[in-house]
Design a protein around this ligand. Structure first.
Ligand code: SAH
Length: 509
């Protein structure tokens, strides 16, 4: 069996139009399975974080006419890698079979005797109009939908696009790839019989935080696009349905629209913050500067010993959700019965830690009103008789020692278990650092002092005009110590508080 050759396969996956929530579950699975991921400029690079750390990531294409690898080369690459027995996932913007060359690539795979699967995606032809508040079909307006490409030059004698037929087709028309040729295409449609006052909308970078829409008529839109410096990639939607946008425009009036906000927390922990920001319309750039890893071997052994003895403590103290996770991971590696945790009481520094404890069905006996270590210490001093009380503080290697100093001063018998440590994130599978450097951002969020310190370790310049938002006083102190300018500090020191601060910043302008 050992040298039996694995059979390769190629998944031709639609990556959707850009909003990460519009990737299919099957598509995500194919990325997780892949030995090789081939992606292009229209597929959201954030998806690459789902790839295995050892997967080969290949960038295949850029904007039209400027391909990193020519189409023939891509086909050959898919065939070669699959022939080596690899699982190849080819990501394509939108749906792979809607002007996506998925059919051609599949044909070559079949010819080479390689197994393949189509995984459909949500096409920008449908999603683009939807995110601009335009239903492509609507019973009051139309019962037919025509999708065409504006890629070809209408003056070309051998053009395969019949503008007469398109102009005379009833219902909605959706055009891809036509922005560069807008004047000639609009002229051709009108000459072919389309009414010059037919409404049209162009939706750029649809479904992302950079989405922008302009509207006009077949007659006016080309000039409007030039005036407004409107560029590709965009979907054009033509027909009476465009007017629905006046009442149905749900996506574009959100408060963080058009703002790029950087999230620096760990990849694993960024999802809640990113999702909340995205729901408010932000263009979120996930650029983790830190990573959480287990403590070093000796410290971990000591920690594990304390976890075994958890039932001997009167109090367990958690000052971060990570601490909770590392504690219970270790606990259930050693113990099988939840009751073996004993009768200890539990203290948490803030609501995030409390929520993480709730995931393990653990309640909290002590929670300060302000979510910092000083306040937790004060709450112990005021509410609990600390003297001679046994306590285990589950902590990070680099945690500040204010809590331990004060508890020990108050007479506690305190053990400190070093559960994990924070290290700089050196991987950049999504190319976020490069995008930060070349495109900049409007707001950058920091959620701990270590995100600030590790950000500076990356040696990046702060883009001009960027504003810094901090989750709380300790993070702010780190920012100011590094001589950075702090624009705002969250009023409550948790993720919703930080999101509220970002909103306030955006509203200031
Ligand atoms: N297979 C893709 C289309 C690929 S052709 C799909 O189903 O969506 C490339 C064209 O798609 C671009 O020129 C642009 O017209 C359109 N497009 C793709 N993603 C887009 C997006 N997020 N916003 C606007 N247009 C997009």
């Amino acid at each position: 069996m050992a040298d039996e050759k694995k059979e390769g396969i190629c998944y031709l996956v639609g990556a959707g139009p850009g909003d990460p929530g519009l990737m299919t579950l099957r598509g995500k699975e194919c990325i997780e399975l892949a030995d090789v991921v081939v992606y292009d400029y229209l597929s959201n690079p954030d998806f690459l974080q789902w790839a295995r750390p050892d997967a080969e990531l290949i960038y295949a294409g850029k904007k039209s006419k400027n391909h990193a690898i020519p189409q023939g080369g891509i086909n050959q690459l898919l065939v070669d890698r699959a022939k080596e027995g690899k699982i190849v996932t080819r990501l394509k913007g939108g749906d792979p079979l809607v002007f996506g060359r998925g059919g051609e690539e599949a044909g070559e795979l079949v010819e080479a005797g390689i197994k393949f699967e189509f995984i459909p995606g949500i096409s920008s032809t449908i999603a683009g109009p939807a995110y601009a508040g335009i239903p492509v079909t609507h019973r009051d307006h139309c019962s037919q939908l025509t999708i065409f490409t504006g890629h070809e030059d209408p003056t070309k004698a051998e053009s395969s696009i019949d503008y007469k037929q398109i102009a005379n087709a009833p219902g909605t028309k959706v055009m891809l790839m036509g922005v560069e040729r807008l004047p000639i295409i609009m002229k051709s449609l009108i000459e072919a019989g389309a009414a010059a006052d037919t409404p049209i909308a162009l939706v750029r970078w649809a479904t992302t935080g950079q989405q922008r829409t302009i509207t006009g008529t077949l007659e006016t839109i080309a000039d409007i696009a030039i005036e407004q410096h409107f560029k590709a990639p965009a979907v054009a939607v033509i027909g009476g349905v465009v007017n629905c946008r006046e009442t149905l425009n749900w996506f574009e009036d959100r408060p963080l629209r058009g703002k790029r906000v950087v999230v620096t927390r760990t990849r694993k922990q960024s999802s809640k913050l990113s999702r909340m920001l995205r729901e408010l319309g932000a263009d979120v750039l996930e650029m983790p500067t830190i990573r959480i890893v287990p403590s070093d071997e000796k410290e971990h052994r000591e920690f594990a010993q304390m976890v075994i003895n958890a039932h001997t403590y009167e109090w367990l103290i958690f000052t971060s959700p990570n601490a909770v996770e590392y504690f219970f991971d270790t606990f259930y590696k050693i113990r099988e019965d939840a009751r073996e945790i004993g009768g200890c009481r539990i203290a948490a520094v803030g609501p995030g830690t409390k929520a993480k404890l709730a995931e393990y069905r653990m309640g909290v006996d002590l929670l300060p009103e302000i979510h910092v270590a000083e306040e937790l210490a004060a709450k112990f001093e005021s509410d609990v008789s600390v003297e001679n009380t046994t306590m285990l503080w589950v902590r990070a290697k680099d945690a500040r020692d204010v809590l331990s100093t004060r508890l020990i001063e108050a007479g506690a018998i305190l053990d400190e278990g070093i559960a994990y440590q924070t290290v700089p994130e050196t991987d950049d599978p999504t190319g976020a650092v490069k995008r930060f450097e070349s495109e900049g951002a409007d707001i950058i969020t920091f959620t701990s002092a270590s995100t600030v310190e590790c950000f500076l370790d990356l040696g990046l310049e702060m883009p001009e005009g960027i504003q810094i938002a901090s989750i709380g006083p300790i993070t702010s102190k780190a920012i100011l110590e590094e001589e950075l300018e702090l624009a705002i500090e969250a009023k409550t020191h948790d993720i919703p508080g930080l999101v509220a601060a970002v909103l306030e910043l955006a509203a200031r302008e």
